[in-house]
Ligand binder design. Sequence first.
Ligand code: GLU
Length: 322
Amino acid sequence: MTVAIGSMLVVLGTTGLMARGQGEADTGPQRLNMGAGWVTGVYYPLAGSMSRVAHAHIDDLSLTVESSGASVVNSNLIGSGDLDLAIVQNDVAYYAYNGLLREDFQRSPVTNMRGLFTLYPEPVQLVARADAGIRTPSDLAGKRVAVGPLGSGAEVNALQVLEAAGLTEGDLAAAERLEAGEAADYLRDGRVDAAFFTVGIGASVIADLAVAQRITVVSIDGEYADRLQAMEDFYARATIPADTYNQVGEARTIAVVSMVVAREDIPEEVIYRFVAGIFGNLDVIHSAHQAGRLVTLESALDGMPIPLHPGAERFFQEQGMR
Ligand code: GLU
């Protein structure tokens, strides 16, 4: 944030907006950072493609991408002012903004988070070793399970799936919080029996694992899906088609939606140009990952759980969508 006091210019905060001269507040060169997610997930390649769009097509805007545990930690870093933009799950954005569900969100609701646009569905993908005898979420009892990386939305979803199966972490032989790539390594080496990934279809963390190890994607459907949908509004039904991953059959599960958020104090003009630049160059996003092909203007406000940033509001108004 830049504040002019008399003729003196004071720059508050350490990241994001660069110091600029008076009168340039909305138009000078902007260097923003974006919290992405797992290097082996979809947020990270997609954020990379947004950075390329900014570099090639948006004047005076550059975007640095940071990998992270993902939705929960990204939300908290928006709250603390350490991130300018981030990709998060829409359920986590809702909990963060409204100060719900988790102690950290209850203590410090992320009220400075604003929505820009939604991206693509992220199914809860419960991956198990094919020989682990896990056919339903209830079969996780007594198993060693990677319940999502620390600070992830995947962990939020994993704990809700356990609850829908009438289980707590105490019913598992072990509940591990591993970085996504590490969870896949543990599964391959037999150090865990199953791992939760809430991630776009075709994420390399699962695709690569399926080549190295016989796995199944366990359906979370029927009574489990009913309970989860009753528990939280954000869950929709989703199908992961057979052969999405090497020799893995179809799975029916539940999904949330990923979205881009920004801090409310990023200038309207900057966010407007960013959003317009992304939707004017969707081919770059589409070619970054198969899940990126699901990003469309028509669906860009579907599942939006928090107020829009004024710059996004202006863009979607111009499109006749607000
Ligand atoms: N949806 C995941 C999470 O917030 C991140 C997935 C990704 O990095 O693509 O836990």
